[in-house]
Design a protein around this ligand. Structure first.
Ligand SMILES: Cc1cc2nc3c(=O)[nH]c(=O)nc-3n(C[C@H](O)[C@H](O)[C@H](O)COP(=O)(O)OP(=O)(O)OC[C@H]3O[C@@H](n4cnc5c(N)ncnc54)[C@H](O)[C@@H]3O)c2cc1C
Length: 370
């Protein structure tokens, strides 16, 4: 269920392992959060490693971070097998301290990551100004991030899987889930039944409709894109940029030289209220980008908004749920949902085939920190 980037990655894996797979989606595929995504590919979740260690312990926290790194490598390899490069590019990433108070936290986070063998460097105010023309008290530099076009990725995965038998049923709304013996039965809004041995809920932020217990916080994020050929100061490649403030500003480039920036997150109430704020949030984002890059000339080309979900510990929910026997969930919640979707696409086929996957315990529904 769900033909966003999560559903596409999982279907692609399952089909390649010889399974017969269908995707049902209430919209056209890729038209949920995936379409709105600015698609910065980071290995690190929104929660600092330092904080995650205090929440879930050193071993699990370091493993969660490392799973992100491995996911990006695996995604890069998968994309090489597709008929489209999906605008995937490796990128430097800068995590800026938003103010002097945060500088201490960012320095400590850099030390924690170095201590656990993550390849990061701390850049001082002077180094940031000299190399990137950016003003911030300090930043963590990593060279292991990336960017992608999320819709191209979803569609290329689906095209590839369709060649091996994947079938798509769009505009098909699933209303309910039941398990009968060895079979799951999904009922659609127009009363059709879909029977399957296994079901994967890859229904993104809308999954809450099926769950009794409220698990997540829903937020809306706002994004803008500049016209093409916007050059980075000093003739450098654009890095991926984000910051320590919450909610954070995030910035990346596209292959045709657009700046894509997002942030200004607010609690999600409904789509009308979210969309009403677009003009005001666009203005604020424009102002922030002009302040960040005072010497770059660019024009606004488009602005949009989308909804996403956040878990308490910043980690995704991947795996079975006690109220849904026979089903698996792939809920890549948080700011790096695409990395989480890739992690889910490694875990879920193992859970379905009964193969042990030691990462599944980190992301299970009934973890204490979730
Ligand atoms: C503005 C914005 C910026 C973002 N930036 C980033 C970023 O830089 N990096 C990053 O990694 N992540 C980012 N994210 C998050 C990321 O986009 C999401 O985590 C990711 O796209 C989720 O993909 P998904 O396939 O799980 O969900 P979705 O893309 O939402 O797909 C779920 C699908 O399920 C379908 N569905 C739902 N309910 C039903 C039902 N009952 N029956 C049938 N079908 C159903 C929907 O139609 C939808 O197509 C951003 C999100 C937003 C909104």
């Amino acid at each position: 269920m769900g033909g966003g980037v999560s559903g596409a990655l999982i279907a692609h894996r399952l089909v390649n392992s010889g399974r017969q797979v269908i995707i049902v989606d209430s919209r056209d595929v890729g038209m949920g959060s995936t379409m709105a995504s600015t698609a910065i590919l980071s290995y690190e979740p929104d929660v600092h490693l330092t904080d995650l260690i205090s929440q879930i312990g050193k071993r699990s926290a370091v493993r969660a971070y490392r799973a992100g790194l491995e996911a990006l490598e695996s995604l890069e390899q998968t994309i090489k097998t597709l008929d489209d490069s999906c605008d995937f590019r490796r990128r430097e990433s800068l995590y800026l301290a938003s103010n002097r108070k945060d500088a201490r936290i960012v320095r400590r986070e850099c030390e924690t990551r170095q201590k656990h063998d993550f390849r990061v460097e701390l850049l001082t105010r002077r180094e940031l100004a000299k190399s990137y023309s950016l003003r911030a008290p300090c930043a963590i530099l990593t060279r292991q991030s990336a960017e992608v076009n999320p819709l191209k990725l979803t569609l290329a995965l689906i095209r590839s899987a369709q060649k091996r038998g994947l079938k798509i049923f769009s505009h098909t709304v699933v209303k309910s889930y039941r398990r009968h013996g060895k079979e799951s039965v999904l009922t659609t809004s127009d009363d059709f039944r879909i029977r399957a041995r296994h079901v994967v809920f890859a229904t993104g932020y809308e999954t809450q409709q099926f769950l009794k217990q409220k698990r997540v916080h829903l937020a809306s994020s706002y994004a803008i894109a500049s016209s093409a050929d916007t050059k980075f100061p000093k003739g450098r490649e654009w890095p991926v940029i984000w910051e320590s403030a919450r909610p954070y500003l995030y910035v990346r480039s596209t292959v045709d030289g657009r700046i894509v920036a997002g942030g200004e997150d607010v609690d999600f109430v409904d789509e009308a209220k979210r969309d009403e704020l677009l003009a005001r949030k666009t203005k604020t984002l424009k102002k922030k980008i002009r302040k960040m890059f005072p010497h770059v000339s660019w024009k606004l080309a488009s602005a949009w908004t989308g909804t996403f979900a956040e878990s308490k510990d910043g980690l995704p929910y991947i795996g079975p749920h006690k109220d849904f026997p026979g089903a698996q969930f792939a809920l890549g919640y948080g700011g790096n949902g695409i990395t989480f979707a890739t992690i889910a696409s490694a875990i879920i086929p193992d859970l379905i085939s009964g193969t042990k996957n030691s990462d599944s315990r980190l992301f299970r529904f009934d973890r204490r920190s979730g």
